[in-house]
Write a protein that binds this ligand. Structure first.
Ligand SMILES: Cc1ncc(COP(=O)(O)O)c(C=O)c1O
Length: 465
């Protein structure tokens, strides 16, 4: 480590109650000057951050198990990313790809095309945010197919711009009062094994692979519901695209079973419909592989990426079949800042880091350690209705009663508060707001993971008492 780099921050150290006095002062000013619209999950004000640790303006050090909503997957101030940003900023910060091109944009596109699954020619264009990339994916699907309808799913979250909001399932706080929304959006049931109608306390896990041995195959039931809606309500020939998250993000970390996604893939092929995977939250190692769809064995026509792509710089991408992306026509997608050079430099450093096999191997190890701890909690705490996820993308669903599965949002809110007051930043999610999700930095040490989970466990003990 060079002498100019700050020393790594040790884990939790609480110097004041959280929030401390300086944080409270910033929040008082925030209330006066910042619109209420942007949400804040904690009252913490950052001073600096490194790896899995954020130090606040009061000198408290907290473990960051939120990663800026699944963005800083490689940890804060990842040296390669920081160096790339510094170097690019010193050369030029902006020309607009629409005016003067630069190598970084082309190289990010080339590498994403190479990495995305699918044995076909691929192309990529870049944007700024997840929502913007989702919007653009729908635009190209409509232009390519000449059709209008788009099918999305329950528990979906795709962003806050108009099309992304229309595709999002949850009314409050995302949609209420913001209508009317774009037309021709249809919502199908998501194969949620925990809350599927008629399923009792014993929740069958999808075994995946071959013929389903379960007495009720929920993949088949969910697919039948989708197929029925597509046929009778929309008409297959009117559908441009099907948009799905392989694991719902804001919607509660519910993994879509591989057989369900395979069925969707086959159905889209049969009906000339574009299959779009929104991997904004699941991408870049979050589920233990670079993209979740790799381990699920299904390649989408369009892969929507953001968040971890540039580890904190605003950058998103749509990668997929070349003929589809080209259908947008020159000038049909893009924008002033899309594919900013500094963000592209950060993305290339991210891709370099993921090219080292130990990066994903470590992420998977953390995922296994997290999963076994959450399983142990589920055996001990009756407030946990289900623990689920894919790789290190894991969550616990909190309920008032395991039998009725009544969601306990208050418990999730209390747990998030307990966690940050004791030095761990976590986030709730879920359609009912009752899910505690873990978005740990995938570069965190195992001892950091354990230290943070000890704090959460103490919170669960309080809730249970
Ligand atoms: C799956 C998914 N899609 C889209 C978005 C929207 O991304 P952004 O907030 O960058 O617009 C998010 C954000 O959380 C997301 O989780």
């Amino acid at each position: 480590m060079s002498s100019t780099q700050p020393k790594p921050l040790p884990a939790i150290r609480l110097a004041t109650p959280i929030p401390g006095p300086r944080s409270r002062a910033v929040f008082a000013a925030r209330r006066d000057h910042v619109a209420d619209g942007p949400f804040h999950a904690t009252p913490i004000v950052a001073a600096r951050a490194e790896g899995a640790v954020i130090e606040d303006v009061d000198g408290n050090r907290l473990l960051d198990f939120a990663s800026g909503i699944g963005v800083t997957n490689l940890g804060h101030a990842e040296p390669g990313v920081v160096a790339a940003i510094r170097e690019q900023a010193g050369k030029f910060i902006h020309t607009s790809i629409n005016v003067v091109a630069y190598e970084g944009y082309v190289e990010v596109a080339r590498r994403l095309n190479e990495l995305a699954p699918g044995e076909w020619q691929k192309k990529t264009f870049l944007a700024n945010s997840g929502a913007e990339a989702v919007e653009n994916a729908v635009k190209v699907a409509r232009r390519f197919t000449g059709r209008e309808a788009v099918v999305c799913f329950e528990h979906a979250f795709h962003g806050r711009t108009y099309m992304a909001m229309a595709l999002t399932a949850k009314a409050a706080p995302y949609k209420s009062g913001f209508g009317p929304f774009p037309a021709e959006i249809y919502r199908a049931p998501f194969p949620d094994f925990y809350r599927w109608p008629g399923i009792g306390e014993d929740v069958p896990a999808c075994p995946g692979g071959g013929p389903c041995p379960l007495p009720r195959c929920l993949c088949r039931e969910a697919f039948a519901a989708f197929e029925q809606m597509a046929r009778s309500e929309i008409g297959e020939g009117n559908i441009a695209a099907v948009v799905i998250e392989p694991v719902t993000g804001e919607g509660g970390f519910i993994p879509a079973p591989a057989p369900f996604l395979t069925a969707l893939r086959e159905w889209c092929d049969a009906h000339g419909v574009v299959l779009i995977f929104d991997e904004v939250q699941t991408g870049f190692g979050r589920t233990g592989t670079l993209f979740a769809c790799e381990q699920l064995g299904v390649a989408p026509d369009l892969l929507v990426l953001a968040k971890g792509l540039a580890n904190g710089m605003p950058l998103s991408a749509v990668t997929g079949r070349a003929e589809l992306l080209d259908a947008a026509g020159t000038g049909g997608v893009g924008g002033t800042y899309c594919g900013n050079p500094v963000a592209c430099a950060a993305a290339l450093a991210v891709l370099d880091r993921f090219a080292i096999p130990s990066t994903l191997a470590h992420a998977r190890r953390l995922g296994e350690r997290l999963a076994s701890r959450l399983e142990a909690w589920a055996g001990r705490f009756t407030c946990i209705g289900q623990t689920r996820g894919l790789g290190p993308m894991r969550a616990i669903e909190l309920v008032k009663d395991r039998r009725t599965k009544e969601p306990d949002k208050a418990a999730a809110v209390a747990l998030v508060k307990h966690n940050y007051e004791h030095g761990v930043i976590t986030l709730a999610c879920g359609t009912h707001g009752n899910v505690l999700r873990f978005l740990i930095p995938l570069t965190a040490g195992e001892e950091q993971l354990d230290e943070g989970l000890d704090v959460v466990e103490a919170g669960l003990e309080q809730i249970e008492a």
